[in-house]
Design a protein around this ligand. Sequence first.
Ligand code: HDD
Length: 677
Amino acid sequence: MSLVKNRKDEQLEQYRVKDEGEKLTTNQGLKVAEDEFSLKAGERGPTLLEDFHFREKMTHFDHERIPERIVHARGFAAHGEFEVYESMKEYTRAGFLQDPGVKTPVFVRFSTVAGSRGSAETVRDARGFATKFYTEEGNYDLVGNNIPVFFIQDAIKFPDLIHAVKPEPHNEIPQAASAHDTFWDFVANNQESAHMVMWTMSDRAIPRSFRMMEGFGVHTFRFVNEEGKARFVKFHWKPVLGTHSLVWDEAQKISGKDPDFHRRDLFDSIENGDYPEYELGVQMIDEEDEFTFDFDLLDPTKLWPEEDIPVKIVGKMTLNRNVDNVFAETEQVAFHPGHVVPGIDFTNDPLLQGRLFSYTDTQLIRLGGPNFHELPINRPVCPFFNNQRDGYGRHTINKGQVAYHKNSLAANTPAPARPEEGGYTHYQERVEGYKVRARSDSFRDHFSQAALFWNSMSEAEKQHLIDAFSFELGKVESESVQKQVVDMFSNVSLELAQGFAEAIGVEPPQAGGASLEKSSPALSQENTKKSPATRKVGVIADDGFNSEEVGEILTALQKEGIQPEIISSKLGKLKGTDGSELKVKHTFLTCDSVLFDAVYAVGGKGAGKRFYKDASAFLQEAFTHFKPIGATHEGERWLEAQEMTGEPGVITGHAPDEFAAAFTEAIAAHRHWNRAV
Ligand code: HDD
């Protein structure tokens, strides 16, 4: 655990308890003399009701579970800090965005959306990216996803969307997956989902790591400055390591080999001191320009192309501390898009408006009452005072006789604050209109930005999209639904619709496709940052490895922040040619090719037939997942035998320093799509 201290950390310290080394007591503080046998009438007799220790222990256990989140149930979180690079005073009066040098404590929870709390983490899904800033003006929550748009335009449809994507109610299948009839039936009959579906069928929905995905606030919010001038704003998190994904076959296999893949990655990185970092970016549009775009700024199925409206990078968040207790912190944390601070305000996006109701409502059932803000993880670091009282689980002991406003007995306190004292004032937007249940015409174009996304993809990414649609629709049983989906996406791209129609046995459409030619290079992961740092390399070695060469190469890789882990046929230590040793971390039985970013085949004189078989399977799988592969000595011969030599991203046959440099570059490239597999 890091020694970093900040105000939130100090606050949490009051609640931390270490039981180790203490005497066992009841919750009333009574020391307990025996904890293995219940109190009985005779050694073989019935248990007695008066056994208060048994009753208390059992009752607590019986009540240990709370309802899981209806969405985003599977999540993992960490603490950190945010610091702004330059003052944002010109745009917003938000205190935490004013002073470089001021570190605001944050708590970030990443999640999948559809799966239950115990589901696998590398499923195809959007990822939640929820950040709580513990600012001096109160908590500010940016409750976003790793996808910049949403499936629906109006919150009233959220229960329908979620009912459709969750396991089907008659058999509770499938878990944490959208590859089933009800989801695709929803998509085809709610075509506003087209754009987000393009994202969930893309590589974005199978991130390599929580550390390597973008975050988006999705909605258009408002920044308001000291003078009361407002601008529309969209929020972005940009991962310093770049945005990288798994391949689908690999993601599915990881779900079985390590269902905790993403939390393990986050937890281990923080423990190693490889702190995940994300830069905060904002896109801003002046209020006067609200109607100058070919989409509606209030429509949450639309993004603002970064080439048209640049992302201004304004600060950095560093996650530097794991939680002490997952239930107390990660499970009990309560996010809410309505937790804002002065200088940040809402717009009339109908999805956002509905969210502003839903989040408190869900905490009431999940956390059992209206005092969830008093839980240590949810408490602001600034004091809070009001006339709210009582309710389940109340901790605060409010003194005095007055709990109402206005009053004279307490000199009319706690008193509302004026804006200059930090009081929140809502942006005074002029609104008028008839009371209607309707959708604006400006929300009706569902396909242009879906086509923009398609146009922006590289060839490999386009193929992944076709494959993903083919997989998902291939699992749908209703031919009618399959056909409707083909028809729907022929409005986005004929190539896409024809590609997956073919694969699922539906007559491919002959006409269609959007006329849009525009693309947005920022949407393609081909153009993301590339770095070898923190990449895991499986090093396959056995006794008799070439000590000098391997030693030099591993040191060079580690210098670049690459993390080699030795894999062999058994645990223990391997002896090299000069007697030096390598500690084995995994055997072929305890790990798998899919759990590594790259493989380095070292071999060793001791490697027999069985070893060769295991190593070959490992390499073959890495090869088909387009991973960087390096090989020296016996390893090189293994690759030759499998005809991998010379393929892109396969590094062999150099002097150790040249090999290490070429392999590092191949690792930084992430995957080598132009390989013949
Ligand atoms: Fe939501 C949780 C993100 C639309 C209702 N949502 C939740 C979480 C994230 C998001 C990251 C997990 C927070 C955590 O880690 O505890 N939700 C989004 C985004 C949306 C969105 C980016 C679209 C832009 N959500 C949305 C709508 C509704 C909800 C339209 C309902 C009207 N969301 C909820 C919820 C959850 C939730 C039911 C479940 C648990 C919770 O709130 O605390 O209230």
